[in-house]
Design a protein around this ligand. Structure first.
Ligand code: GTP
Ligand code: MG
Length: 426
């Protein structure tokens, strides 16, 4: 199995900040809190688009950031939620968390969606902090940071197009000129020992997967040469690209080559001849090739499409690629047989994490880390005294004070959290 993989960074939008505001109405002094909540940050969502069959788009763009929520407004108005960022992926895409190696999503059906990063919730405005004891609170929360993660996007490649032909006709050369694949190329037979796959992109941005298969020779279906082990790959391709050395460099007749390979395919599985086929007349840069091609065309009476190219000089390649892409557009996709059926979608819960942990820096400061305390910190508006006090209460409730005391922290010691420092106060 060939796997294409790309490392990608995703970041969901942060929630908008809640705000502190007060009603100002005639005759009502300090008319009560009126700061609205921030809007939610946008999620990052992957969605299957069955029109895609490669991860090529990810090669150009590896950062996906959803928009942040809008801050709350006065008069109790809620800030606008941000729209999710929808990223199209081909069917068969698996998404893995780089850090935990967990499979986050297994996307197979058209339009199937999976949330890859959760947008932060909006911070609460001061309306929400009003209590009978504190009817005019000066507290608002900042928005919750959006989830960010490094992921690996994987796609099991299934070849749309298979290159078949005698050894040394130029199959690997062709693949190497139309894709980033780097198969070994040489003028001896059976240079290619195992299939190579490459992702091909046409100038009009259609893409497909091309497989370069080891050369076939007469008797391949009975195990002569190497090809028979790989004929099963041909079974899964949607188009067979039949590569022929039209210059007849090794003294064989191009037409006989064509017939022999077709015979081998039929002997392996007669249905292979029903598979759409295109003939690639290669090595057209060589003397004799034009003449041979004319002769070949006369002998092939079937309506098989013939493309004259030179993998060497790249002549005729653009036309060939367009022609393949057009043909693929018309052929219904063989539903991707995902081989490991049991690898189904899972969305496991994150292991329960400690809300915080404490370590010491070399200067003696106590360093506070952990998702939960860091999130609380980011959601605190330290320009407001009341908010800062609320943060202190939240830490106490989490048991931070208690834990610091146990580690030996004394009144006045430095506590570090992210880029900030405060004093431990008993
Ligand atoms: N003149 C010319 N030579 C070519 C062309 N394409 C390939 N060749 C040469 O043909 C030889 C065989 O090319 P490969 O691409 O290794 O052939 P292959 O079909 O992959 O061969 P196997 O892997 O052995 O089955 C190499 O020496 C290439 O340089 C072409 O268009 N023109
Ligand atoms: Mg080869």
């Amino acid at each position: 199995m060939f796997i294409d993989q790309v490392n990608v960074y995703v970041k969901a939008g942060d929630g908008g900040n809640g705000i502190v505001a007060f009603r100002r109405e005639k005759y009502i002094a300090m008319g009560g809190p009126a700061g609205g909540d921030g809007g939610a940050g946008g999620d990052v969502i992957f969605e299957v688009d069955e029109g895609l069959n490669t991860l090529l788009d990810f090669r150009y763009n590896r950062h996906f950031k959803a928009k942040n929520g809008v801050s709350g407004l006065g008069k109790g108005q809620h800030g606008k939620n941000a729209d999710p960022l929808i990223v199209p992926v081909p069917p068969g895409t698996t998404v893995i968390d780089e850090e935990t190696e967990e499979v986050i999503a297994d996307l197979t059906e058209h339009k199937q969606q999976m949330k890859i990063a959760q947008g932060g919730r909006g911070g609460r405005g001061n309306i929400r902090f009003a209590t009978p004891r504190n009817p005019a609170p000066n507290i608002a929360e900042n928005g919750e940071p959006g989830q960010e993660r490094n992921i690996r996007v994987e796609l099991k490649l299934i070849a749309d197009v298979g290159l078949v032909g005698f050894p040394s006709v130029g199959k690997s050369t062709l693949l190497s000129t139309v894709s980033a694949a780097k198969p070994k190329i040489a003028d001896y037979h059976f240079t290619t020992l195992a299939p190579n796959l490459g992702v091909v992109e046409t100038n009009d941005h259609r893409s497909f997967v091309m497989a370069d298969l080891p050369g076939l020779i007469e008797g391949a279906h009975e195990g002569v040469g190497l090809g028979h082990q790989f004929l099963r790959h041909v079974e899964r391709t949607r188009i067979i690209l039949h590569v022929i050395d039209m210059a007849g460099i090794e003294g064989r007749s191009p037409y006989e080559d064509y017939e022999k390979i077709n015979k081998e395919l039929a002997a392996y599985d007669p249905r292979l001849l029903e598979r759409p086929q295109m003939v690639v007349a290669n090595k057209m840069d060589m003397p004799q090739a034009e003449e041979n091609l004319e002769e070949f065309k006369q002998k092939v009476n079937e309506k098989v499409k013939i493309h004259a190219i030179s993998a060497f000089t790249k002549k005729g390649l653009q036309d060939l690629l367009y022609s393949i892409a057009d043909m693929l557009d018309k052929i219904p996709k063989v539903t991707v047989e995902i081989e490991e059926k049991d690898e189904k979608a899972v969305y496991r819960h994150k292991k329960a994490e400690e809300p915080f942990s404490i370590s010491r820096d070399s200067d003696g400061a106590y360093v506070l880390t952990g998702d939960q305390v860091e999130t609380l910190f980011k959601m605190t508006d330290f320009t407001s005294n009341e908010s800062a006090q609320r943060f202190a209460r939240q830490l106490r409730a989490l048991g931070v004070d208690e834990a610091l005391r146990k580690r030996g922290a004394l009144d006045g010691d430095t506590i570090r959290l992210l880029d900030f420092e405060f004093e431990f106060i008993e």
